[in-house]
Design a protein around this ligand. Structure first.
Ligand SMILES: C[S@@+](CC[C@H](N)C(=O)[O-])C[C@H]1O[C@@H](n2cnc3c(N)ncnc32)[C@H](O)[C@@H]1O
Length: 411
C-alpha cells in the first residue's frame, strides 16, 4: 500500500526538504554534500522506510540497518555508489595491498592438502581479493578447480565480474557467482570484513533496566528510541548477567543475525574450513566497562562517525564482531575452532615476508610503498591487531601455519 506523500513526515515529504536535511547532516559531520542523484536515491529510501514505520510501527535497529544497507536498488550496498578504495568511503586490506591476498593464497593452498580445491568467498567487495588469490595460485601452478562468490550486492557483483574480466580474463570461466548458499560445499570458505556488515541490535542500560533501540520518525527526521526489553530471546536471554553489570547509559550491540548467518553457512560446509577476518574482540573485551559507547561506526568518504541515522543509504554502518559468540555458534553447529589470532600474527606466520623481498609490487595503490602497505596490514594500532582471524573447520585434519601455537590466542 502506498502512502499519500502528504501523510509522510515533513522531512521526506518533498525533495527540497530532504535536501535541506541532508545538507544539514553534512555540515554537522563536516563531510562534502552528496550529489543530487545520490540525494534522490537516499530520499526514495527515506520515504520507503518512513512508510514502513507508518504502517507497522517503529523498526528494530537491525531492520532499519538492513534497509539502509541492502534495500534493493536503494541501500548502501545495493545502489551504485563507489564504496571501497581511496575514492570511496573506506579501505579494506585487499584494497591496501596485494600482499594480503597473496598471503591468504598460501593458507588456502595449505588447506587444499586436506580438502577439495575450491574456494567460496562471501562478500567479495570490488573483487580485488579474488584476483590477488587467483594470480598467486596461478603463479604457483595451483589454481582452484572452482572459485565461487556469494555476493548480496548486484552492483558489487558487476564490479567483481568487470575486474576479473579486465585483469584475468583467461580465468573468468573458473569463477561462479552464486545466488544462494549451495546445498553442500567442500573446500575453503573466506569472508573478509563481511560479518561486521551484518545487521545488529542496539541495547542501552537505563534506570528502568535494559532497553532495545528502535527507529522512529518525526517531522525532523529519523530518531532512536530505547524501549525496555524482557530478555525473552536469543543473546539477551543468555547474557542477562553481563548486561546487569553495565552502568546506566552503557550502549552495546548484540548480534543474533550474525550467529544465524554463520549457522546457515556452516550447515552447507560438508568438509573443509572457513576463515573469518574482521574487526572485533572476544566477548569480555567487547563488553568491557571501558567501552561504554559500543562499537558502532559509520563510514562516509573516509570519515568515521557514529550517527547511523544520517546520510541514509549513502554510508556504511558496521559494528565490531563478537568472536566468542561466533566460535560458540560454530561449536553448536558441529564445527571445530582451527585457531584465533590477530591479522598481524596470521599474516606473519603464514609467510607474508616472502613477498616483501620481491620487487615493489603495488598495483592497487601505486603511490603507497610496500613498507607503508605492510605497516597498515601489520601494525597493532592499525589493522594488525584490530582485525582478528577466526578459523573454523568441519571434518578437516589439516592445520594452518597462521594459527600455529605461537600465534594462538583464546576465544
Ligand atoms: C565491507 S565490504 C568487504 C568487501 C571485501 N570482502 C573486502 O575485503 O574488500 C562487505 C561486503 O560484504 C557483502 N555482504 C554483506 N552481507 C553479506 C551476506 N550476508 N552475504 C554475502 N555478502 C554479504 C557486501 O555486499 C560487501 O561486498
Amino acid at each position: 500500500m502506498e502512502l499519500e506523500s502528504s501523510s509522510l513526515p515533513q522531512f521526506c515529504r518533498n525533495f527540497e526538504d530532504y535536501c535541506r536535511l541532508l545538507t544539514e547532516q553534512c555540515k554537522i559531520l563536516e563531510v562534502p554534500r552528496p550529489d543530487d542523484y545520490a540525494i534522490e536515491v537516499s530520499y526514495q529510501l527515506a520515504q520507503r522506510i518512513a512508510q514502513q514505520i507508518h504502517f507497522h510501527g517503529k523498526l528494530p535497529f537491525s531492520e532499519f540497518m538492513q534497509q539502509a544497507l541492502y534495500a534493493p536498488g536503494l541501500g548502501y550496498y545495493s545502489a551504485g555508489s563507489r564504496k571501497l578504495g581511496e575514492a570511496g568511503d573506506f579501505v579494506t586490506a585487499p584494497e591496501i595491498s596485494p600482499l594480503f591476498g597473496k598471503t591468504l593464497a598460501l593458507s588456502v593452498q595449505q588447506a587444499w592438502q586436506h580438502t577439495a580445491k575450491h574456494i567460496l568467498e562471501f562478500g567479495a567487495g570490488s573483487g580485488r581479493l579474488m584476483c590477488d588469490i587467483l594470480r598467486q595460485c596461478e603463479a604457483e601452478q595451483c589454481l582452484p578447480d572452482r572459485y565461487f562468490v556469494l555476493e548480496v550486492s548486484a552492483e558489487l557483483k558487476q564490479r567483481q565480474q568487470d575486474l576479473l574480466r579486465e585483469e584475468l580474463p583467461h580465468l573468468y570461466s573458473r569463477v561462479t557467482w552464486l545466488e544462494d548458499l549451495p546445498q553442500s560445499f567442500d573446500g575453503v570458505m573466506l569472508a573478509n570484513e563481511v560479518v561486521d556488515a551484518i545487521p545488529f541490535e542496539l541495547l542501552m542500560q537505563t534506570e528502568q533496566g535494559l532497553a532495545q533501540g528502535f527507529v522512529q520518525t518525526s517531522d525532523q527526521g529519523f530518531s532512536l528510541t530505547f524501549v525496555p526489553t524482557d530478555f525473552s530471546r536469543g543473546w539477551q536471554k543468555q547474557h542477562q548477567e553481563i548486561c546487569q553489570q553495565w552502568p546506566d547509559g552503557y550502549l552495546a550491540e548484540t548480534y543474533d543475525l550474525r550467529g544465524d548467518w554463520l549457522s546457515a553457512l556452516l550447515s552447507t560446509l560438508n568438509q573443509g574450513c572457513l576463515l573469518l577476518l574482521d574487526y572485533g574482540y572476544e566477548e569480555e573485551e567487547l563488553y568491557s566497562p571501558y567501552r561504554p559507547q559500543g562499537t558502532l561506526q559509520c563510514y562516509y568518504r573516509q570519515k568515521k562517525h557514529s550517527m547511523p541515522l544520517t546520510l541514509l543509504g549513502l554510508q556504511d554502518i558496521t559494528a565490531s564482531v563478537n568472536f566468542t559468540q561466533l566460535a560458540q555458534q560454530a561449536l553448536d553447529s558441529g564445527a571445530k575452532v582451527l585457531g584465533f589470532t590477530s591479522q598481524a600474527q596470521f599474516l606473519t606466520l603464514s609467510g607474508i615476508e616472502q613477498f616483501v623481498a620481491q620487487k615493489e609490487d603495488s598495483d592497487t595503490m601505486p603511490h603507497v610503498s610496500v613498507a607503508q602497505q605492510l605497516q597498515t596490514l601489520l601494525m597493532p594500532n592499525e589493522m594488525g591487531q584490530n582485525i582478528k582471524v577466526l578459523g573454523l573447520s568441519k571434518d578437516f585434519s589439516g592445520a594452518l601455519s597462521g594459527f600455529s601455537s605461537f600465534g594462538r590466542q583464546t576465544v
